[in-house]
Design a protein around this ligand. Structure first.
Ligand code: DP6
Length: 321
């Protein structure tokens, strides 16, 4: 009745920002992401008939904020397995939590993998993705390898890998510019944009074409065109955030400086592009041969505190205890 799993965060190239059903946590749009080996959540789940309630700790401390979503996921997994036991959940991140590095995605992916293994659930992959999605809309993407597509289907989402890590070994350098938790999380931020940004309608109208273009780029390994459509999706998402009321500005001065570094590298022909989620960290996606140059340039950028080197990685998986 116990199992452990690891999962990596993911970074979206074609972003999810806004829900079509807030109660069910259903995204308004599909999305396309990279699973990032190099950052890791490790979660252990132990079901115990002696427990009176589920207990959740993140990085060694009880976490009441995470508990509601965790219990919802556990309830659905217990229903599949026909179990009534409560569980102890211990989760550790080897990177800053809640700072725009997708800790909720890797957290829910590791939780669903570990808890389903502990309950002896075999198969049920589509249900597991939809259970993870209720914890965090980006979490199902961390269940899968490499480049991952999340699509809306009638009453939920469907998620799958569209390119294995070894088939297009992209690198991602995460430029950490702040370790502080963000002031407005993604859930509240995207709801504010949906309700108040005049750009939201345009986002919904143009998003399917961006996703289609990006999928074609992945199929053809067309890095330059993928760079353009990914930066476009990222900047459109931040335009939504910035045009919300009150405004959401997730960037700091170092984020902007790092963006300029990437643009300068691009101008000199280096295969690299940037993407930024709901936080101030910049992720530079590049071809492997460009890593040393991109690393050196970002390391020299004022305000960049740390560089984390990632490759495309595998989806969430059970590990030995
Ligand atoms: C900016 O998945 O964290 O990273 O479903 O409300 O938990 P909730 O949101 P979450 O949002 C991710 C937003 C993003 C873009 C992306 O990853 O697609």
């Amino acid at each position: 009745m116990q199992a452990s799993a690891i999962a990596h965060p993911n970074v979206a190239l074609i972003k999810y920002w806004g829900k079509r059903d807030t109660g069910q946590n259903l995204p308004a749009t599909g999305s396309l992401s990279l699973t990032l080996e190099g950052l890791q959540t490790r979660t252990r789940v132990s079901f115990d008939p002696a427990l009176q309630a589920d207990q959740v700790s993140v990085n060694g401390a009880a976490d009441a904020k995470a508990a509601g979503g965790v219990v919802r996921c556990l309830d659905q997994l217990r229903a599949i397995a026909g179990s009534r036991d409560f569980a102890r959940v211990d989760s550790e991140n080897d990177f800053p939590t809640g700072a725009g590095l997708a800790s909720s995605a890797s957290g829910y992916a590791a939780l669903v993998r570990a808890a389903s293994a502990a309950l002896g659930i075999v198969g049920h992959e589509a249900e597991l993705a939809n259970i993870a999605r209720q914890g965090s809309g980006s979490a199902p993407r961390s269940l899968y390898d490499g480049i991952v597509l999340l699509e809306n289907i009638d009453d939920g989402i469907a998620c799958r890998s569209v390119c294995a890590p070894e088939d297009w070994p992209l690198s991602v350098l995460v430029a950490v510019t702040s370790r502080a938790p963000k002031s407005v999380g993604s859930t509240a931020g995207m709801e504010r944009s949906r309700l108040t940004s005049p750009c939201y309608r345009g986002w919904l109208e143009t998003h399917p074409a961006d996703l289609q273009t990006a999928l074609e780029c992945v199929a053809r390994r067309d890095f330059d065109r993928l760079a353009k459509v990914s930066e476009h999706s990222c900047l459109k998402m931040h335009a939504l955030a910035m045009s919300s009321q009150p405004a959401l500005v997730y960037w700091n001065a170092a984020t902007m400086a790092a963006m300029q570094v990437v643009r300068d590298l691009q101008a000199s022909g280096v295969p690299v592009f940037f993407t930024i989620d709901a936080g101030p960290q910049l992720k530079a996606v590049c071809l492997p041969e460009a890593v040393p140059g991109v690393k050196a340039a970002l390391a020299a950028c004022p305000g960049v505190l740390e560089l984390i080197e990632c490759t495309l990685g595998r989806g969430a998986r059970e590990i030995a205890q």
